[in-house]
Design a protein around this ligand. Structure first.
Ligand SMILES: Cc1cc2nc3c(=O)[nH]c(=O)nc-3n(C[C@H](O)[C@H](O)[C@H](O)COP(=O)(O)O)c2cc1C
Length: 192
């Protein structure tokens, strides 16, 4: 199956480094958070948290998050209009036991946010490259909440405005493992 056989919202998604200067309006921001909010989660724990930095409306919030990113990510993420740090409660609120599904649930919420973003003509790029411990301190996370990733969100930009190294990565074909490497019939390794 090639991406063209998928739903256009999924087929057209990619992780860009080029963003236009256009702001992500507050209604779009709220809609992305609602999309994440309505994801399913283990025991309906909803372990996710999101901290937003809007470059146009709250430049100091944006700068605080940008400063937490790895330098290689800062190069292009500085142009995004919206940065989001994602985090999760690592223990169940009812029992205190470790919630080993917290990262899974956060990822699912980000997946929903991603589809909502695509439907609104927005693009986003997730980043593991940030100082997670410094982010937790700087952003005032309470004990028990751990930072996972950052996300740059905005409108598609012109790849020609990127530095050459990033421009060629932006235009490189997207690659994936073959379906036969990830999906099996009945037993691991058995062809579908
Ligand atoms: C959890 C996560 C962390 C990532 N971290 C980074 C990162 O720090 N820097 C970066 O440039 N891309 C990062 N990416 C983007 C991936 O490299 C990208 O999703 C992957 O190459 C597939 O490309 P596509 O999203 O365009 O299909 C990350 C993606 C995810 C989901």
């Amino acid at each position: 199956m090639t991406p063209s056989t998928l739903h256009p919202l999924l087929a057209s998604r990619f992780s860009p480094r080029a963003f236009s200067d256009a702001a992500v309006g507050i209604e779009d921001q709220r809609a992305l958070m609602e999309a994440a909010r309505w994801a399913s989660s283990c025991f309906n724990e909803q372990p996710w948290s999101f901290i937003l930095g809007d470059r146009h409306q709250h430049p100091e919030d944006f700068a605080r998050i940008l400063d937490l990113l790895a330098p290689a990510n800062q190069v292009w993420a500085a142009a995004a209009p919206l940065l989001v740090v994602t985090a999760a409660w690592r223990n169940f609120s009812r029992t205190g036991a470790e919630n080993m599904h917290a990262w899974h649930d956060l990822g699912l919420a980000v997946g929903q946010l991603t589809v909502e973003a695509s439907a609104r003509g927005l693009v986003l790029h997730q980043m593991a490259g940030l100082d997670r411990l410094r982010a937790a301190r700087t952003l005032g996370l309470p004990e028990g909440v751990e930072v996972a990733t950052a996300i740059a969100i905005g409108h598609p930009g012109d790849p020609e405005q990127l530095p050459e190294a990033l421009r060629s990565r932006e235009k490189a074909p997207r690659v994936r493992k073959a379906l036969s490497e990830i999906a099996f019939a009945g037993l691991f390794g058995q062809a579908l």
